[in-house]
Structures are given as structure tokens and as C-alpha cells.
Design a protein around this ligand. Structure first.
Ligand code: GLC
Length: 611
């Protein structure tokens, strides 16, 4: 079983059995102690402090442990530098109050460590602060790529920052700046576009919005994310964490510009990528993580490894730790075996495998990050804020509206508000399906009422009932049929597929039945697709009078009906090529002869300002 899944299961069991290692201390959260022994007020103070630190204190600073895999007392005993929440790893009390209590207790422990250096806490808030119940869930990146609105991206970054600060957290592992080249990849929906120029255009304002809102950002995953070749996936993966087999020149052209833009925008951390480039794992490749990133791109911030990613780069842990740190990793995301990693760092420094100079450089980057994040202020206790605010929902609703792409319209859209509509399909009434992976759990949930969000059905019923129309059970009573089909939620390698058909393993059960039912009704059909990527529709689209791609819109389903019923015009355009066959899945706008190939739809297609 993939270690990651095992790790998640362990986390799940800990939470399930209530023996969450932080539960007791979390609830006691004794945070009345003054924090910190060293007050750092300048960069010079940092250099001075590092000179006084022991190897043990330095080793602790290079560790990022998972919240459920560490005790409060260990944060102090080991001088731990950082804590993260993996996808779905939340405190027992999953409210801003519960998070802040947990955070303050952790900072209090860090303040009691021998170095007194605070922790920095990181999470994946990749479409809003998806970790927290009733947070505002924004469209996933691929939908934002369809909206292609930089101003909106800055507003989304700012809204996300508000909901991350509301729980006391400092650091968001976002944005991903992958430019997905093959939509069979399970992380396609985390990519804004197959075109790197669009990725840069959208990532920068999002970074600005987050940073201006006081949140540290991570540009990820450096380098080669989205450029791996199908069939080279790590282990049993089809493509995720695979090998980039295109030339370094092609990879640089297709991925580097977004990093240059993000670094120029001041993104302070970069996450290394699981994949290999030309057969060499990025996490162990100094030419990439140091020579290219530091010397060519002049990045001065911190490089964090990905979740247990170092464990695949060398035969044993000691070699993994030495190789990763010497390649350029400054902080090791080792959620559960961090105690062994801690010992391995110390052993490697004592043996000279990791030089004191390299150790100090990595420590400095960690301490500078926390200094620049304002974490050395004497009084650092956080207070809970608001999530799921009306202001943020309004921004998310607008993002949904702008993300919808109208791909076929035989004079049937916008829908009439007084119509009798028969709504069917497995994606019609499920906020979990609308939200996809990286929501209440790492893989996402098929949960109709996730976070009290608004489903397509909720939103349609609201509009119709206010305008003399209605949703009707019997298609015979309907003017038209609206068919909602799509994909199951997934994340990362679990979303890799060789089959993009609507009845593939990752497609929702019931897609084909619903398509057949709609056809049997004899009524005009408008199909809405709710999925993380284009699915193959060539066999069905001729039976549809209208076709709309809604991507993974999240909780604000009323953004869909704003456009479907004509209150707003369609403006979305395709950020990825829409294949007619699985074999076309890796076709992108940048390929030669692109225009001569018979795709379902082209990059940039969309009937805009329609009607
Ligand atoms: C994951 C992802 C990365 C995420 C990290 C922490 O495996 O690759 O995007 O930030 O772990 O959850």
C-alpha cells in the first residue's frame, strides 16, 4: 500500500480512536507562558543566534512534522522548526477556535525549547481554506484558468488569506504552477492551464493576494510538475511523480517562467517536486535545486521537500537526508519519521556528509522565513477569525460564474427562469463532487451537503421557485432536461487514469444511465460537466442542445446558475485542450500541427458573451 495512504490511514485511526496525540494537551493548551528565549529583531540577530545554536537545535529547525505525529512536548524537546497539516488532518475541534488553540499551544511549546525559535505552520489551502468545516471553497485552479481573470485571482488570494489567518496558520502550500501537459494526470485540476504564460499571469496576483494578507506562499512543485510522461509514474502510478523525458530546454520553456514570475513576486518558499527529470529524482538533484534555482533564478527563499518525497531518492534514510539537504532542500517534510530524520541530520553533520556551512545555510533560511513572517514578535498568540464569510462567498460565486465554459448552444441557453426543468445526473446535487479533492479530506468526499455548500440543484431550485418555474420529477412534464455528469473526487496519484470516458473508473457512477435517461425523455438536453478535467463526450454531444463545462466549482453553486439563467454572460474559455480520444490526452496548444488535429475543442474555445 502506498506509504502516503498508510500515513493517512494512521492519521484517520488516531482521529477516529480519539487518541489524537494533541487532544489532551490541545484542550489544556497552556498558552499563558511568555514565548521565546531569543528575540530576533534584525537579520544580524539571526546570524548571531545561529552561531550560538547547537547541532541538535539546528537539526530540529530542518524538520517539518505532521500535527498528528508529534506531541507538544516534542516540539520543545527537539526544537522543531515547522508543523504541517496533511490533507484532511485537522484538530478535533475543527473550528477557528480549535485551530487557534492548537496553534497557540504549539507555539508555546516552541517558545519553551532551548533555542526558543517559533514554529511555522503550513497547510494546503488550495481552493480556499479547504481544511476547515464550512470554509468557502473556491473553484479549483483549472476553473480559475478558464476564468482567466488576474484581478479575481488577487481577490481570491486575499480571501484565502483571511480564512487561513482566521485559524492562526502562517503558511499556505500554494500556488501550484504546474502547466498540465497530459490531462490523464491526477493533478490536472490543480493546474491553471496547459500554457505556462497563463499560469504565470494567474499565479502572481494570487501570490500577491495571499502575501498582502500576511500568508507565506509556496510555489510548487519545482520542477517538472505536469510535464511527466504517461506510463512513467512512480510505482503503480500511471503518470504522477513520473519522469520528465522532454529536453531540459523544453522543460525550462514550459515550466520555468512561472517560477521566475513567482520569485519576482516575492514568493518565499518553493516546494520540490516528486518527479524525476531525465531519470533523476528532483529531490536529490543539486543541479536543479541549487544550480538552477539559486544561481540561475536567484531564488533566496526556502526549499521545502514534499511529503516523504526524500524516501525514494536513496536506499536508506541517512543517505536520503544527506542527499536531499546537500541538493538544496532546507526543510524536510517528514510527517511521521521525523525523529529518525532528526538523528540522521545530526549523524550526517558529525560525519561531515552535511557540512556545518550547509547546515547553517538551511537553518538561516528557516529562521529568516519565520522572521519575515513576523513570528518572532514577543506576543504571538493568535485569535480566531471568521471563515465562510459573505464577502468571501461573493468572491467565490463570481469566480464560479466566470469559470463556466459554454461549448455548445443551439439556442437553448440561457435557461428560462419560468421553465419546468427535469434535472438528472450524479453531479446534480452533491457539493462534495463540486469540490473535488483537497477538501474535507485529502481525496475529497462524495458528500451532498459538504460544508453547507450550494449544489447545482439547490441553486436551480432557488432561481426557478422565485420566477414561476420549477424542477419537475417527471421528464414528461418538463420543457427541457438538464443533465449533470462528472468525476468522483480524487487527489494526486489517485486521479491518474488511462480512461477519460464518462464511464471510466474515476467517472461518477450513473453518468451513462443519466445520459441514456435524458435521451429517452425526448426533450432538449443541456449537459453540465462537473469534473477536474475534460472527459470524452464525442459519442454523446450530438444529442445535446447545450453543453457547459463547470470544472470543480466548490461550495458556491449559485455562481453556476448566475450564468446558466443569464444574469451573467458566459466568459470562460478552455485552459486545456479537449481531446476526442484518450490518445489525444497529451495534446496541447504548444505542439506543432495543433490546429490540424481534430480535437473535441481547442485550447481557448468558449462561446463568450453568449447570449
Ligand atoms: C502532497 C502534495 C503537496 C502538498 C503536500 C502537503 O503530497 O504533493 O502538493 O503540499 O503533500 O500536504
Amino acid at each position: 500500500m502506498d506509504k502516503r495512504i498508510l500515513g493517512v490511514l494512521v492519521v484517520f485511526l488516531i482521529i477516529l480512536t480519539g487518541c489524537n496525540v494533541l487532544t489532551n494537551e490541545e484542550s489544556e493548551g497552556n498558552t499563558d507562558k511568555k514565548r521565546g528565549k531569543i528575540i530576533i529583531e534584525s537579520y544580524q540577530d539571526i546570524d548571531k543566534a545561529i552561531k550560538e545554536m547547537t547541532v541538535e537545535e539546528k537539526a530540529g529547525q530542518l524538520i517539518q512534522a505532521e500535527r498528528s505525529g508529534i506531541k507538544l512536548s516534542e516540539i520543545s524537546d527537539y526544537n522543531i522548526g515547522s508543523i504541517l497539516s496533511g490533507g484532511g488532518s485537522v484538530p478535533t475541534d475543527n473550528t477557528p477556535e480549535g485551530w487557534v488553540k492548537m496553534y497557540n499551544a504549539m507555539q508555546s511549546s516552541a517558545g519553551e525549547s532551548s533555542s526558543g525559535i517559533p514554529i511555522i505552520y503550513g497547510i494546503d489551502a488550495v481552493h480556499g481554506n479547504n481544511n476547515v468545516t464550512n470554509a468557502t471553497i473556491f473553484p479549483h485552479n483549472i476553473g480559475l484558468g478558464a476564468a482567466n481573470n488576474p484581478e479575481l485571482m488577487e481577490a481570491i488570494g486575499a480571501a484565502t488569506a483571511r480564512e487561513v489567518r482566521a485559524i492562526g496558520v502562517d503558511w499556505n502550500f500554494a500556488p501550484a504552477v504546474s502547466s498540465a501537459q497530459d490531462i490523464r494526470w491526477g493533478r490536472t485540476y490543480e493546474s491553471y492551464s496547459e500554457d505556462i504564460k497563463s499560469v504565470s499571469t494567474l499565479a502572481v496576483p494570487y501570490i500577491n493576494g495571499l502575501q498582502d494578507g500576511g500568508i507565506i506562499t509556496t510555489t510548487k512543485h519545482f520542477i517538472g510538475d505536469g510535464h511527466t510522461t504517461f506510463g512513467t509514474g512512480e510505482g503503480s502510478n500511471l503518470i504522477d511523480r513520473g519522469d520528465v523525458t522532454v529536453s531540459m530546454e523544453a522543460l525550462s520553456e514550459g515550466n520555468l517562467p512561472a517560477y521566475q514570475a513567482a520569485i519576482h513576486a516575492g514568493s518565499k518558499t518553493i516546494m520540490a517536486s516528486y518527479n524525476s527529470v531525465a531519470g533523476k529524482k528532483v529531490h536529490g538533484d543539486k543541479a536543479l535545486l541549487t544550480d538552477l534555482l539559486r544561481e540561475e533564478l536567484e531564488f533566496e527563499g526556502l526549499v521545502v521537500s514534499d511529503w516523504e518525497a526524500i524516501q525514494t531518492i536513496a536506499p536508506n534514510l541517512s543517505e536520503q537526508v544527506a542527499l536531499a539537504i546537500n541538493a538544496g532542500v532546507d526543510l524536510l517534510m517528514q510527517p511521521n519519521n521525523w525523529r529518525d530524520v532528526y538523528a540522521a541530520i545530526i549523524d550526517n553533520v558529525e560525519s561531515g556528509e552535511i557540512t556545518e556551512e550547509r547546515l547553517n545555510e538551511a537553518v538561516r533560511r528557516n529562521v529568516v522565513l519565520k522572521f519575515e513572517a513576523g513570528l518572532f514578535n514577543a506576543e504571538i498568540e493568535k485569535t480566531p477569525g471568521e471563515i465562510g464569510t459573505e464577502e468571501n462567498k461573493k468572491i467565490a460565486r463570481e469566480a464560479v460564474a466566470e469559470s463556466l465554459v459554454l461549448l455548445k448552444n443551439d439556442d437553448i441557453l440561457p435557461l428560462k427562469k419560468h421553465a419546468k426543468i427535469h434535472l438528472i445526473g450524479p453531479a446534480s446535487d452533491n457539493v462534495g463532487v463540486q469540490s473535488g479533492g483537497w477538501t474535507s479530506s485529502w481525496q475529497g468526499e462524495i458528500d451532498p451537503n459538504l460544508y453547507n455548500g450550494i449544489s447545482l440543484k439547490d441553486a436551480m431550485a432557488e432561481v426557478l421557485s422565485n420566477n414561476g418555474g420549477e424542477l419537475v420529477e417527471d421528464p414528461a412534464d418538463a420543457d427541457i432536461v438538464v443533465l449533470a455528469i462528472g468525476e468522483k473526487p480524487y487527489a494526486e496519484m489517485e486521479g491518474d487514469t488511462a480512461d477519460l470516458s464518462v464511464d471510466g473508473a474515476l467517472s461518477l457512477n450513473g453518468n451513462v444511465d443519466a445520459i441514456n435517461q435524458a435521451n429517452k425523455s425526448g426533450k432538449p438536453i443541456v449537459t453540465i460537466m462537473i469534473s477536474g478535467r475534460p472527459l470524452l463526450v464525442d459519442a454523446y454531444i450530438n444529442d445535446w442542445s447545450g453543453f457547459v463545462m463547470a470544472w470543480l466549482p466548490g461550495t458556491e453553486g449559485n455562481g453556476m446558475t448566475d450564468v446558466l439563467f443569464g444574469d451573467q454572460a458566459f466568459k470562460g474559455t478552455l485552459p486545456v485542450t479537449w481531446p476526442k480520444t484518450n490518445e489525444q490526452a497529451s495534446d496541447t496548444v504548444n505542439m506543432t500541427m495543433y490546429q490540424s488535429i481534430d480535437h473535441q475543442f481547442k485550447y481557448g474555445d468558449g462561446l463568450v458573451n453568449n447570449p
